[in-house]
Write a protein that binds this ligand. Structure first.
Ligand code: GLN
Length: 287
């Protein structure tokens, strides 16, 4: 017989041997899911049954092969919600919660109780779905180009009982933008890693889709291409909200100003990095 605690210790040992950082955290997440309990080690001496042992070892083995923990679990939490994830879709990151805070602030300050919101490069849908849930009267659309990510987006909409409208299309094509009009807010976490960043990725991040990470040589391709095209989908006085990478704030700010946006406001993520910008489409600029 194997107790839960013995099983846990074995898992931590296996993960540590394979040089997995945070072996204890990963083992605990795998345990929580396998046992369906928040504190599976509160009963350390309880015998683990064979189905739990099988699932736990299977997951640990998968993780030992370098698969991201979130893909092993097949789901990850963002804000107050759970999102299905796996190969082919970017894993929701806590940094992106800053963008959610920004949009909620905009709605509060401008008393937008039923805003029309668009999320571009939606991936798992964590931005669109969270906003839809947090602003019950909102109308949220999500645009995603890639088939695998789009399937996760649709699955996550159902899983969270959300009524986000998912659209499969390429955000870089002007004809896509032409179909969306009169939005109050556009939010996006586009790919923004530079060519240099791509050579320095952690092994786990390398398992995530390059199409969700790589933003061209200087990481700014999407901001340069999306801003002039999508500003026409915003109402005058509407807001464009971007996440970007470390050190990109000046360049992204410049692109926004060149496109007639004003009242730029930058925000830090939980790690203290300037991570997002919100910008207002000027009232005169009807694009
Ligand atoms: N935040 C991601 C990372 O650092 C990048 C995601 C993106 O390019 N939007 O890996």
């Amino acid at each position: 017989m194997v107790s839960r605690l013995e099983l846990y210790k074995n898992c931590v040992k296996k993960l540590t041997e394979r040089k997995i950082d945070n072996a204890e955290f990963d083992a605990m997440c795998i345990f929580q899911q396998a046992f369906g309990e928040k504190s599976p080690l509160s009963k350390p001496d309880e015998e683990a049954d064979s189905s739990h042992i099988y699932k736990v070892y299977n997951d640990v083995e998968y993780r030992c092969k370098g698969e991201p923990l979130q893909y092993v679990l097949g789901e990850w939490d963002f804000w107050k919600y759970t999102f299905r994830v796996g190969e082919g879709v970017l894993i929701p990151r806590p940094d992106t919660e800053t963008l959610i805070e920004n949009v909620l602030d905009i709605c509060k300050k401008n008393t937008l109780s039923s805003p029309k919101i668009l999320d571009l490069c939606s991936g798992s849908g964590c931005i669109a779905i969270t906003l839809d849930k947090e602003i019950p009267q909102s109308k949220v659309y999500a645009v995603e180009k890639f088939g695998t990510a789009f399937e996760y987006l649709e699955e996550n909409i159902k899983l969270n009982n959300s009524d986000v409208k998912a659209v499969m299309a390429d955000v870089l094509l002007p004809e896509t933008a032409g179909k969306f009009k009169d939005f109050d807010i556009i939010a996006s976490n586009p790919p923004y890693l530079t060519q240099k960043d791509m050579t320095e990725l952690q092994p786990e991040v390398r398992k995530e889709p390059e199409s969700a990470l790589y933003g061209g040589t200087d990481g700014l391709d999407y901001y340069r291409k999306m801003t002039p095209v999508w500003k026409n989908s915003l109402k005058a006085g509407g807001f464009l909200c971007y996440e970007f990478g470390m050190g990109q704030e000046n360049a992204v700010g410049r692109i926004l100003r060149e496109n007639g946006f004003e009242n730029l406001s930058f925000a830090h993520d939980g790690g203290g990095i300037i991570r997002t910008v919100t910008a207002e489409k000027s009232e005169e600029n009807h694009g």
